[in-house]
Ligand binder design. Sequence first.
Ligand SMILES: [Zn+2]
Length: 451
Amino acid sequence: MKHRRTIHGLLTILMMCLGQAGHPSFGAGQFGPTAADTSFRADAMRVIAVRAGRLFDGKSDRLLEDQVIVVRGDRISEVGPAARVSIPPGAEVIDLRRATVLPGLIDAHTHLFLTGESGGRYDEQLLKESWQYRTIEAVVNARKDLEAGFTTMRDLETEGAMYSDADVRNAINCGLIPGPRLQVVTRAISTTGGYPLEGYSPEVTVPSGVQIVDSPVEARKAVREQIKYGADLIKIYSTHRFHFTPEGKLVSIPTLTLDEIKAIVNEAHRQQVKVACHAYGGEGLHNCIEAGVDSIEHGLDLDDASIQLMIEKGIYYVPTLYAYEYEPEEDLRATGGKTSRARIHEQSFRRALARGVKIAFGTDVGPFPHGTQAKEFEYMVRFGMTPVQALHAATSVAAELMSWQDRIGSVEKGKFADLVAVSGDPLADITELERVKFVMKGGQTVRNDLQ
Ligand SMILES: [Zn+2]
């Protein structure tokens, strides 16, 4: 009678799933009550055996043949060669012997609350759509991303929809709606003049895509507020406006001062919360690295000194390549066809990769359609990564960035049963990840087109 629960049991579940997803503490935390996630949804006694023709387990660099993954409840209880791991009697068998199984994918930079951005769409969302309507859009987007194989995401701010991402995260954790495991930013932080909406008359009050701060005191208070209302991590915009010089150099105008960023990082870290920094290059990038943020998002224009400091300080790079390949026309017009952010970005990515910066997979999906972000893999490989490196970026490395390496990022005993499968060999053709055919999250099958 798996649906019969006591009132007390239901209340406990509700209290557990309405809390934050579990602050991604700096170390590999233990599975505490905050890790409840989907655990109550999968019947604890339910046993599934996944037969994998080939397995990329996220630890080894090659495909393992003919494997069995035993799932009990929402966790992996055993994994190994079919010759060694026996299928428990009574287990439900999922036959993926003609497929390649991988760990559930992690997108470390998403925007569930964006559905398009260019052509006035961004302003339309903030000006004409209520937070409630935008939350409905986010629910639809979360399902698309999950069905595309992204079982975990870091959602990097709601773009004006306030704290609604915390509600989406909680609803997913409570089992009300399907969606990836989420760490959410809530509002993000920039300065007056440092973020849209822009271009309106000073007489008209318009909403802002972020929380605005203009001193270290305000910056620290914003961090405290955001954590209070559900932020799992803090996101700041340290550069905003940009232009190209006649020589085709990218100039990025800083927003927050070094003192403001130091206040943000200090307050977040003393509350064991990480800080993601949106930066293109120049002073804004340097300030974030000096202040000790945990990740640089985009990092279009990384100089050698910044790359060196990122390595020394262990700062992750989340490049989001495809987002800049998606619509290059504006940049090409601005530079007379000379260059674009995409081409400058490619050079930064190649140098960071060659020097050994920790690179986590992130896509900035939202401005382009949800569920299509596996396109990022193709660009990572085109710009120098091996397919294995790209897969690690979207599994074990991204899991470490989120401090969730104890629960996701590999197919391993004790971790959540988050699995995807593709028909072909992703090590030979990385675009296989654009055609995910099977998705399981926490032991629950989300889709299976391989039956
Ligand atoms: Zn973004």
